[in-house]
Write a protein that binds this ligand. Structure first.
Ligand code: MN
Ligand code: MN
Length: 259
């Protein structure tokens, strides 16, 4: 069951409406890193998480993200309420679609459920959530860099801050499971290549070494060699054949066209 309160989670005040900036804000309303993506991702994840504590956290954060969505929507509404002609010149998108938010990104592309990353395992889900929060935080920073309105900046800074808080919550949940710095999860044991680092982009002095390819975590394979076979014959009856002279034999497929 959902209840809704009409007051916003945090004040949204816009001193100078700017429809062009309102269009940029759409990135956090109907864009890939936006609040709709985050809220629906965490909410749908909560349905398949066994652990009651993590399920409760996902639901709390999902509903907070809906509250962020509401704030971003209000911000867009305020930024697109300028004088009609002026706003239309600033952003043709709002001139056509009207005042207020729409489920489009800043370039007018429709929101897609394909932005949502979830499924099957709580470790996979929580790691996807850390990535989602990183994307949201980065977009808020880009928006802040292009923003001159003090009230808008204050609200955007709050929203950016909360994404950092959520990241930490997801990291703490992974830590509690011992999965924050253990890449392994699930029920299939890895094979013997698990600790190999393949030096696949080779250039002697330019091959860099770091903890990602060093002992104790990894064995560095300087000259990786293939262990598989050369694929032999391809069977494709529809494929074109070379002329018999070039092939050294009679084509098995269709006869060549008569001249
Ligand atoms: Mn958010
Ligand atoms: Mn968040």
């Amino acid at each position: 069951m959902f209840f809704h309160r009409k007051e916003l989670m945090f004040p949204v005040r816009v001193g100078t409406p700017d429809a062009r900036f309102g269009q940029l804000l759409l990135e956090q309303f109907g864009g890939a890193t936006g609040e709709l993506t985050a809220s629906l991702q965490y909410w749908v994840q909560s349905f398949h998480v066994q652990d009651a504590g993590i399920r409760d956290m996902l639901q709390d954060i999902a509903i907070e993200e809906f509250s962020h969505l509401e704030m971003v929507g209000r911000m867009i509404e305020l930024h697109t309420q300028g004088p009609g002609r002026q706003a239309a010149e600033q952003s043709p998108l709002f001139a056509i679609r009207g005042v207020g938010p729409h489920f489009l990104d800043s370039q007018g592309q429709a929101w897609s459920a394909g932005y949502i990353n979830e499924g099957g395992n709580v470790v996979r889900d929580l790691r996807a959530n850390i990535a989602a929060e990183a994307g949201a935080r980065q977009t808020y920073e880009a928006l802040l860099n292009g923003c001159e309105d003090a009230g808008t900046k204050e609200a955007l800074t709050f929203l950016l801050t909360r994404e950092i808080s959520h990241t930490r919550m997801f990291m703490q949940a992974l830590h509690a499971m011992g999965k924050l710095d253990d890449p392994m999860f699930g029920n299939v044991a890895p094979d013997s290549t698990v600790d190999l680092y393949f030096n696949m982009s080779r250039d002697g002095a330019l091959d860099m070494r770091g903890p990602w390819n060093k002992e104790p975590a990894f064995r560095f394979i300087d000259q990786p060699a293939p262990e598989g076979e050369t694929p032999s014959q391809v069977s494709n009856p529809d494929d074109e054949r070379m002329a018999p002279a070039n092939q050294g034999g009679k084509p098995k497929g269709r006869a060549p066209a008569a001249h």
